[in-house]
Design a protein around this ligand. Structure first.
Ligand code: NOJ
Length: 777
């Protein structure tokens, strides 16, 4: 039968496509180019490029404008370079430029590439747009706490729009490293401990950054990072190596990468870490077998900054030439900022160690990405639109909603919160109480919009109250951060003892004078993120002292945490009635915190990590295996004699101002055939007094099999909005994707015919349970 409607539709699509193609055969921005068209253009370019120009495309040149003293402090972390960036571009020695956000400079460099270089290949401008550009959104760990992929997608779309307004066209995100050790500073940059939640966030971030496809106007190309296993750094020390068995790599660390790749991410960044004794940026197994062969990645790989050169530092490559050889042959297409490719690949080809075909193979996906992005046709940002994009008030609105949704209410004894707006006096105390810098978090960019501090947010909420503030404590990094050196931020001088005492006394006095205390404690922004690991999870500085002194006044206290990782709040959990984890909430952070504290927004966030009681418990995660003596509350002393093995707050946990009740867990059948699926349903009721969202979570456990499987694993979640008294049935489908795992026995993904447990509820300790069996007949 002829389907006229779909034929007409097809004809229109063909017509539109033809129309979209310019006379050069190039697609208009936003329209997909066919594989054949792209291949033909790449081939034509390669046929005209010199070896030197090809190697140029494999090189990303750093554009940090460093002062002599910064250079000195950084030592040989960055390569010396006597050639100006403009000359590199003019000579065709740069495929990309790194670390500039200066729109005029970006435009000028692109102009050099398009008008003055022989091949006229546009540049990629790469920058870490991690949680916002002008408008700063909550840090990624916080965004994961929203369990809201649509929100994440929308926030990254705004970030992409703002960054692309100044000419940045490449971001180094999403960062999808699974992190189960809160000491590791970079836990803040990812989605936490869980591969399923991590995959959902990864997908959403890629869609937000890139849009439907590469080349969508106002979007940027993403780079999923750090491939792979970086979050498992031993001891939580940044850059340390890790030993990860293949089954853990495939079942835990790779799923978020797979999700990003399936969502079409254009580039992948190779990690710094030494994985199973082979540095990731020279690791063929990672970059060829896993990434290209198994995960089907077809874009290009960029190394992390200096990671190509540092293959020598690792004690892996003999010298820079060896480093270039090993990185290129392992599968790194582009060398980030170390100039090792630019300085060594040509001689490797001349000596016959590398072939031109190997170089062509490395260049091809870079050109492909540039073509798919429509960069040849649209190399410049529209500067006339920049200011209105960067100051769009809608962006701030979204940032406020995002911050509200990401906060996790950890404790709320006797409905301590929300506070009454009729309060006559409030003391907002703590070293972070009035900080607009720290509230932005680890990748708060220089050019970010002014952020709202907690004090400002509370003042705006209570215009008629007396709102006092005092620091009460001092907060410093012991060793300066690498990032601070790069951005020229001088470490503050620590307060002398007598002044510290004075600050503490002032804070206690302010607490005594107030009806209620909002105590804002946590970490400086540079205490989490890159090169910001900590051996202790205690509240840094003298904050624990401050906390205890303020609580001792007997005044009602709510603790608000600004931080990028779980901290030791065991004492607070016993002595403070309300604890709000606000993470680093970004530009609108102070307003959003006040919204939650005073009940204008209902807390909805859920922990994306298990929250340890003490640093000695890490690494800690809920999806561990059983042991010969399974833990429970009665026999915990077998595992540690001094603390329970359970976390202080479990993965997936978070309170609301309303209560949700779960009932009636139903399965559509007791068995399913391999490859088949069954439906799981549960009733959720809002049994409290106000509207709110609950994140309904589904966990599975395979009881026996070719290998031991985790006690439970998240395999589904849905945010569900309910009015007071409203009841909804939430449905999940469980099938092959949810039941399969990579088995080290068969070295393949398997779905085993076994008995399974299922739990559904509001966190990873959900108790409503059912079971089913996968059976061949
Ligand atoms: C090093 C970091 O590891 C990586 O995440 C970042 O994208 C690059 N530097 C570029 O800034």
């Amino acid at each position: 039968m002829i389907n006229t409607r779909s034929n007409t539709h097809r004809a229109i699509v063909v017509l539109l496509l033809t129309f979209a193609l310019s006379s050069s055969g190039a697609p208009a921005q936003g329209s997909p180019a066919s594989g054949e068209q792209v291949n033909a253009r790449v081939k034509a370019l390669l046929s005209r490029m010199s070896l030197h120009e090809k190697i140029g495309q494999l090189s990303q040149v750093g554009a940090l404008d460093l002062k002599p003293d910064q250079r000195k402090e950084l030592g040989d972390l960055l390569p010396e370079d006597s050639v100006s960036i403009e000359d590199h571009v003019r000579r065709g020695e740069a495929g990309s430029i790194l670390w500039t956000t200066d729109s005029a400079f970006i435009r000028a460099l692109q102009h050099v590439a398009m008008e003055e270089s022989r091949m006229k290949i546009p540049l990629l401008f790469g920058f870490d747009v991690i949680h916002g550009f002008r408008t700063i959104f909550p840090v990624p760990l916080a965004m994961a706490a929203s369990w809201d992929p649509d929100l994440v997608e929308n926030a990254q779309a705004v970030a992409a729009q703002e960054a692309s307004a100044v000419g940045i066209n490449w971001t180094f995100g999403p960062m999808v490293d699974i992190a189960r050790d809160a000491r590791w500073g970079r836990i803040v940059e990812g989605a936490g401990e869980d591969p399923f939640l991590g995959a959902a966030m990864a997908r959403a971030e890629v869609r937000g950054f890139q849009g439907q496809q590469l080349g969508t106007p106002g979007r940027v190309v993403g780079s999923v990072k750090h491939f792979a296993g970086y979050g498992a750094a031993q001891g939580g020390r940044d850059y340390d190596g890790a030993y990860i068995p293949e089954e853990q790599l495939r079942n835990v660390y790779l799923p978020p990468f797979k999700a990003a790749i399936d969502a079409g991410v254009g580039t992948v960044m190779s990690a710094y870490l030494d994985l199973n004794d082979v540095p990731a940026s020279g690791n063929r197994f990672l970059l060829r077998d896993l990434l290209r062969r198994d995960l089907g990645f077809t874009g290009f790989v960029v190394s992390d900054a200096m990671a190509v050169r540092d293959l020598q530092t690792h004690g892996f490559a003999r010298d820079p030439q060896d480093a270039a050889f090993r990185s290129l042959t392992a599968g790194v297409n582009m060398d980030m900022a170390s100039l090792t490719y630019l300085r060594n690949l040509e001689s490797l080809v001349q000596s016959g160690k590398l072939s031109v075909t190997q170089i062509d193979d490395a260049v091809r996906p870079i050109l492909e990405v540039k073509i798919r992005m429509g960069l040849f046709e649209h190399p410049y940002a529209d500067s006339s639109a920049a200011e209105s994009i960067l100051t769009d008030p809608e962006h701030l609105k979204l940032a406020r909603v995002a911050a509200q949704r990401t906060m996790v209410l950890l404790r709320n004894e006797d409905s301590f919160l929300p506070l009454k707006k009729a309060l006559a006096s409030v003391a907002v105390i703590g070293p972070l109480a009035d900080s607009e810098k720290e509230i932005q978090g680890s990748w708060g960019v220089e050019k970010a919009a002014k952020a709202v501090s907690v004090l400002e947010g509370v003042r705006a909420k209570l215009p008629n109250a007396r709102v006092e503030s005092a620091k009460g404590a001092d907060l410093q990094r012991k060793y300066p951060s690498l990032v601070d050196i790069v951005f020229g931020i001088k470490p503050a001088v620590p307060l002398p003892e007598d002044q510290l005492k004075n600050e503490l006394d002032k804070a206690v006095d302010a607490a005594r004078r107030a009806d209620t205390v909002v105590l804002v404690l946590g970490e400086l922004a540079n205490m989490s993120g890159e090169a910001a690991s900590r051996a202790s999870l205690d509240l840094p500085g003298n904050q624990q002292h401050l906390l205890e002194a303020v609580v001792a006044t007997g005044k009602p206290v709510v603790l608000v945490l600004l931080n990028g990782r779980p901290l030791n709040i065991s004492w607070a959990t016993e002595h403070v009635p309300a604890i709000l984890e606000a993470w680093f909430p970004g530009t609108e952070g102070g307003n959003a915190i006040a919204d939650i504290l005073f009940g204008d927004a209902n807390p909805e966030g859920k922990l994306p990590v298990s929250w340890p009681r003490t640093v000695g418990q890490v690494p800690i995660y809920y999806a561990h295996n059983l042991t010969h003596q399974p833990e429970n509350d009665k026999n915990f002393t077998s595992r540690y004699l001094d603390v329970p093995t359970s976390p202080l707050y479990p993965f997936g946990y978070g309170l609301s101002y309303t209560q949700f009740a779960f009932s009636n867990l139903q399965l559509s059948g007791a068995t399913l055939a391999p490859g088949g699926s069954l439906q799981v349903s549960i009733d959720v009721e809002n049994a409290g007094g106000r509207s709110g969202n609950e994140v309904v979570q589904l966990y599975l456990h395979q009881r026996a099999g070719s290998v031991s499987r985790p006690v439970r694993e998240l395999k589904g979640f849905q945010r569900t909005f309910l009015h007071p008294g409203e009841k909804k049935t939430v449905r999940f489908t469980v099938g092959k994707d949810e039941l399969s795992f990579w088995s080290p026995e068969s070295k393949a993904w398997v779905e085993e015919s076994e008995e399974f447990d299922v739990w559904v509820g509001g966190d990873s300790t959900a108790s409503l349970h059912a079971s089913f069996r996968v059976a061949s007949e």
